[in-house]
Design a protein around this ligand. Structure first.
Ligand SMILES: Nc1ncnc2c1ncn2[C@@H]1O[C@H](COP(=O)(O)OP(=O)(O)OP(=O)(O)O)[C@@H](O)[C@H]1O
Ligand SMILES: [Mg+2]
Length: 293
């Protein structure tokens, strides 16, 4: 990347020249290609656009807890059931009316729990939801939030949830590792867990209306009932039915504009969308490698 481009972009940001800022960001992002740097810059640019001209980066102290890179997912590429489609329409509407709702003492639905067995789109959906609402996704590294030092984990949780830049979506995967039921255990490990859960409850109660909080778990039965109650919506991502599996296969071939020799029995044996994706990719590669495409 040329130094001139960096200086030009900084100057246009200082001048507030919107047209030059757009050109500068787009040029540098395309020049960085498929790299981590390009993803980071894209996120800064998205955050700039979403905050109508303010450059908002994640506070330095939160960076260790948030993934720098993630695979972009579009909602169009996911097979979703009617309940989820209805939820999407609703959350977008409430999001755009959030100020009016607040004026009437109401809040928009912005705490969403995704549950279901592995490989059926919880993570993909969370990332796609940010794109759908036109806001920046912040994907937490859940393990990093847990600190062996007493009191640090709950501080991390509170800091992260309360400091996500506005018009952002915070995604916490493997949420059961944080929000498991509180115990009567008076041993220090039990007490530490209870403190994390209490911090979660407090942070979720204070979530600003222009931040969306999405959590995912395979084990919602383990979640503390008070934590569970804090969510406005619980969306289920079950294993696909036979019809849905067939639809997935059709959609894959349509998207790639190819015909693949799927074996019906193999499709039925796939449990999740993730299994189906593996099978589709395997066949797709086989066709390329055998010169059929
Ligand atoms: N509903 C869906 N429609 C289309 N593709 C899907 C769907 N669900 C999952 N996939 C594909 O399967 C892969 C795995 O999905 P994803 O990681 O989102 O699942 P998950 O529910 O988060 O799994 P885990 O519980 O293991 O974290 C993704 O690459 C995605 O493209
Ligand atoms: Mg996941």
């Amino acid at each position: 990347m040329k130094q001139d481009q960096v200086f030009d972009l900084i100057c246009s940001l200082v001048d507030g020249d919107k047209q030059k800022i757009d050109i500068g960001f787009n040029r540098m992002i395309s020049e960085l290609g498929n790299t981590n740097g390009a993803y980071r810059l894209q996120r800064i640019y998205d955050s700039y656009k979403n905050n109508t001209g303010k450059l908002i980066e994640l506070p330095q102290a939160l960076k260790p807890f948030v993934c720098e890179t993630y695979k972009e997912v579009s909602m169009d590429n996911l097979l979703l059931n009617d309940t989820i489609i209805e939820f999407l329409e609703n959350i977008r509407k409430e999001w755009s009316y959030r100020k009016e709702l607040r004026e009437q003492g109401l809040t928009n639905s912005n705490r969403v729990l995704l549950v279901g067995p592995p490989g059926n789109g919880k993570t993909s959906f969370a990332i796609a939801l940010a794109g759908y609402l036109g806001i920046t996704p912040y994907i937490a590294i859940t393990n990093e939030l847990i600190d062996s030092h007493l009191g640090e984990s709950e501080k991390n949780v509170i800091n992260l949830i309360q400091n996500i830049p506005s018009q952002g979506l915070l995604f916490l995967d493997e949420f059961d590792t944080l929000g498991t039921s509180r115990t009567d255990d008076t041993a220090s490990s039990g007490r530490a867990y209870n403190n994390i859960v209490n911090s979660l409850l407090m942070s979720l109660d204070r979530l600003p209306e222009d931040v969306v909080f999405v959590a995912a778990t395979n084990r919602d039965d383990l979640l503390d009932s008070a934590v569970h109650r804090r969510f406005d919506v619980v969306l289920s991502f079950p294993d696909p039915t036979i019809e849905q599996k067939e639809m997935y296969v059709e959609k894959y071939m349509k998207r790639k504009a190819i015909q693949l020799p799927f074996d019906k029995e193999k499709i039925e044996q796939c449990t999740s969308y993730s299994d189906l994706e593996h099978e589709a990719v395997r066949l797709h590669k086989q066709c390329i490698l055998s010169g059929l495409l």
